[in-house]
Design a protein around this ligand. Structure first.
Ligand SMILES: Cc1cc2nc3c(=O)[nH]c(=O)nc-3n(C[C@H](O)[C@H](O)[C@H](O)COP(=O)(O)O)c2cc1C
Length: 326
């Protein structure tokens, strides 16, 4: 049932419904949430059916900024404004668990936004021009930037942090064989394509401490010829669990958050069900759910432990609330 708690490891969620990260692109020019954005998230805090809210992707470094009004965790200066957002939501509902998602866009941005050259796993054309392959030193530096951003997330009062490794952004560009053509230890076999993410997770754990929840949003499968497969997702998630991930949030890779030819509720449920068989940390499934009964059916079928509802909640922040709950 959507309306039942999930208690697992470090996680204690009051329900199974998740507000997944959705970029509003409404922060100020310094990447800080303003009053409007605080009110926007407060509206979700008023929905008693939401157990976990994950705020929109925030960049960890200016080179990985995805769009001009994206939220930031790249500098210590954002901590007070982020604290205001979290405190406002907790004031509305102290039982709501709130995570922040941190991201690096890789080649999925443009020099007009970042003022820098585009980088990726390999030399490929990106959204705003040609990207070049990152050096090992640059990889290490971005891993540290993720860890520092996660430390800021904790300092701002969030209940957990989510590393974004889906939707064709940097960590996903390394994971997918479609975009990773490297011949060093960061390319080739799945273990190598996952190395950047695993090292990021390790440094993040060091930065936030052993007791702090870390989620990973993995673009587990590309659903394209030559791309990552459901079996890759199963193996990858077992590795992420072994490295201390507390929650696996599954979505698409190079197909972003949709799946060609599929419009059913839970269009990534084949992947989430397979991963759930292989790991014991909770699995979050998102994509295509528009009605509460669809979410209940996916939970009852054992395809996931948590259900994300994105666009339906965008349309109605009180989605799923019955009059008895209000
Ligand atoms: C406007 C919009 C912005 C989004 N921004 C993000 C984001 O910042 N990070 C992320 O991981 N996914 C993002 N997504 C994907 C959603 O989290 C979700 O996976 C997707 O909307 C599919 O779920 P739905 O069918 O319930 O909407 C975004 C989706 C939309 C519609």
């Amino acid at each position: 049932m959507l309306n039942t708690p999930l208690i697992s490891g470090k996680l204690s969620l009051r329900t199974r419904l998740v507000l997944p990260p959705m970029a509003t692109q409404k922060s100020d020019s310094g990447g800080m949430p303003d009053d409007g954005l605080v009110s926007y998230y407060e509206a979700y805090a008023r929905n008693p059916l939401i157990g976990l809210m994950i705020t929109e992707h925030s960049y960890v470094d200016i080179q990985g900024k995805a769009s001009s009004r994206q939220m930031s965790f790249a500098e210590d200066g954002v901590i007070p404004s982020q604290r205001r957002l979290v405190d406002a939501c907790h004031a509305v509902n102290p039982d709501l668990t709130i995570f922040a998602q941190i991201n690096h866009a890789g080649k999925n941005t443009s020099p007009e936004v970042t003022g820098q050259e585009l980088v990726s796993a390999s030399a490929l054309s990106g959204k705003g021009g040609q990207a070049r392959a990152m050096t090992r030193e640059e990889i290490r530096s971005v891993e540290r930037r993720f860890a520092e951003a996660a430390r800021r997330v904790r300092q701002a009062g969030y209940d957990g942090v989510e590393i974004h490794a889906a939707h064709a952004y940097l960590l996903n560009q390394f994971y997918s064989p479609l975009t990773n053509k490297r011949t060093d230890e960061y390319g080739g076999a799945l273990e190598n394509r996952l190395r950047f993410l695993i090292e990021t997770l390790r440094l993040t754990r060091e930065a936030v401490g052993p007791d702090y929840p870390i989620a990973v949003r993995l673009g587990g499968c590309d659903y394209q010829p030559g791309g990552s497969t459901v079996q890759d997702a199963v193996t990858a998630c077992a590795m992420l669990e072994a490295e201390g991930a507390d929650l696996i949030d599954l979505s698409g890779g190079m197909c972003f958050y949709s799946r060609a030819g599929h419009d059913e509720a839970g269009w990534f449920s084949d992947m989430s069900a397979a991963v759930r068989q292989a790991v014991s940390v909770p699995i979050l499934l998102t994509g295509g759910v528009t009605r509460p009964d669809e979410a209940e059916t996916l939970l009852e079928a054992g395809t996931a432990d948590l259900i994300g509802v994105g666009r339906a909640l965008l349309r109605d922040p009180l989605w799923g609330v019955t009059s008895a709950m209000q």
